[in-house]
Design a protein around this ligand. Structure first.
Ligand code: UD1
Ligand code: MG
Length: 467
């Protein structure tokens, strides 16, 4: 495979330029469009400030829309750059004309299509608060073009089984294909890929509610993906490889795994991630405590879709999921509330204590006893230190008074639990915190998650290698 194609590097430099434009553009555009959003009543109360739900400050909502628009416009302007070396040769009267890489162009265009769909869905959700059962299928349908491109570019459907697990399965006398080193998942792999955009878009949206947190997540994930992409480019000085003791039989300033088609795919991913860092960093400036702008679901959906698009088309969906460890944890923790085994209030963001100015864990109050399964899960979560439960005390009813009705909690019954989110877990474990400190803690968890992700991917890489 003829890599490195040297003329691609000016495209990378141009991409960094576009990223700076995205950063400066976002910094400038948000204050400019704020009055228009407020005039159209697209605003929300900042619930974690004095006054909260009734008289908290109004903040323009849904400003992910200008961010997504700016990003999409810049990415459209950028399209010719990765192919610039072909134009140069073509202009020479067609002599030595190279075949146009339509595969890469299709990759690029379908990613833009998915991003547009996600932005539209997020904006509709912000305006009309659509129901879960209506909004869940949309990313599934938006994934179809991406999946077709995945198929067309030879998309594999197999996973590598770690040698030790294979040995164990074979020793159990199961059919040979179960313990094979490589298992082809066929249609199930596509099912997993279809579900990926639904997960990446919604998982960022449900780790939300404090200033800065919705945008600090995609910022750190985009930086992690960028670093991972760079590990596949021929940019590493030989002395550094030597110093780190990394052997590279192929030579050429590359790390050993950077071979063949993989390099081009990660270069494409990089083109999407670097400007995304610019947009997220610019928006974080306005969304940081005390927020002057809210991202709305638009930002969560559009950034989430950017991650699944590059992961599917770049064939590194499992590595991408590793960068979503905090979101996976938050989703699993949230499941009892999302599936209504435990009551789920409209907002699960922390509780603001006006006397101390600090955030405390918020509670889901039980009007009736949760189901047996719900109670068991809550007890287990409490043992694991993931929630704090409250129980009813002895009822203060006179001895000869009316007997207790069934709906009234009996002594020892659960009356409330702290809401099941990562943000509340941090408050349960660390005690009350200021809003910006809590946001930094979530950011630290995200960074730690990425460190673990790199450890798994490149340390015990055989477990997840192959995408
Ligand atoms: C998701 C969460 C919900 C959380 C909400 C906060 C789930 C299932 N849903 O719902 O629990 O309360 O996000 O974004 O976990 N807001 C602030 N400060 C912020 C950000 C948002 O007060 O820093 C408030 C504002 O009033 C804003 C509203 O949250 O208007 C936005 O909520 P929205 O994004 O529509 O909520 P969901 O995504 O449906
Ligand atoms: Mg939201």
């Amino acid at each position: 495979f003829p890599f490195p194609p040297q003329p691609t590097f000016p495209a990378l430099q141009a991409n960094i330029g576009f990223s700076l434009l995205a950063l400066v553009g976002t910094l400038l555009v948000i204050p400019k469009v704020t009055p228009a959003f407020l005039a159209k009543n697209i605003k929300g109360r900042d619930l974690l400030k004095p006054g909260g739900r009734t008289s908290g400050p109004w903040v323009p909502e849904c400003l992910g829309l200008p961010c997504a628009s700016l990003y999409l416009l810049l990415m459209m302007l950028f399209i010719p750059f990765p192919f610039s070396h072909i134009f140069q040769v073509s202009s020479n009267n067609g002599v030595g004309r190279e075949k146009f890489p339509t595969g890469e162009l299709t990759f690029y265009l379908t990613s833009l299509l998915s991003l547009l769909t996600a932005t539209m869905l997020g904006f509709i959700d912000d305006l009309f608060d659509i129901r879960w059962r209506h909004k869940l299928p949309i990313p599934l349908i938006a994934a179809v073009p991406t999946l077709l491109v995945y198929y067309a570019t030879g998309g594999w459907t197999w996973v590598v089984l770690p040698e030790c697990v294979g040995k164990l399965l074979r020793s159990l006398g199961l059919p040979g294909w179960i313990g094979a080193p490589v298992i082809d998942l066929h249609i199930f792999y596509y099912l997993y890929l279809v579900l990926l955009p639904t997960f990446t878009t919604n998982s960022i949206n449900i780790l939300a509610g404090i200033n800065g947190v919705e945008v600090i997540q995609p910022l750190i994930i985009a930086m992690s993906v960028t670093l991972n992409d760079l590990l596949f480019l021929p940019i590493w000085p030989e002395w550094l490889l030597e110093f780190l003791g990394i052997e590279n039989p192929a030579g050429g300033r590359m790390l050993p795994w950077a071979v063949g088609q993989v390099v081009t795919r990660h270069l494409m991913s990089l083109y999407f991630m670097i400007p995304l860092i610019g947009v997220c960093a610019g928006f974080l400036w306005h969304n940081w405590y005390p927020a002057r702008a809210f991202p709305g679901d638009t930002l969560c959906y559009f950034t989430g879709m950017a991650f699944s698009a590059v992961a599917i088309q770049g064939h590194f969906s499992k590595t991408m999921l590793l960068f979503f460890l905090p979101q996976i944890f938050n989703f699993v923790l949230s499941c009892p509330q999302l599936f209504h085994l435990v009551p789920c209030p409209r907002h699960r963001l922390p509780h603001f204590n006006p006397e101390t100015g600090l955030l405390e864990p918020s509670k889901a109050i039980f009007k009736k006893r949760p189901s047996l399964l719900g109670r068991v899960i809550l007890e287990v979560f409490q043992v694991l230190g993931l929630t704090r439960l409250e129980r009813a005390g002895a009822p203060s009813v006179p001895k000869d008074g009316p007997s207790l009705s069934d709906s009234q909690p009996k002594e020892g019954d659960l009356t409330s639990a702290t809401n099941l989110t990562l943000i509340n877990v941090l408050l349960v474990r660390l005690g009350p915190l200021r809003e910006p400190t809590l946001c930094l803690c979530v950011g630290a968890v995200q960074v730690a998650g990425s460190a673990v992700a790199f450890g798994i991917r490149y340390g015990i890489g055989s477990l997840v290698y192959g995408g």
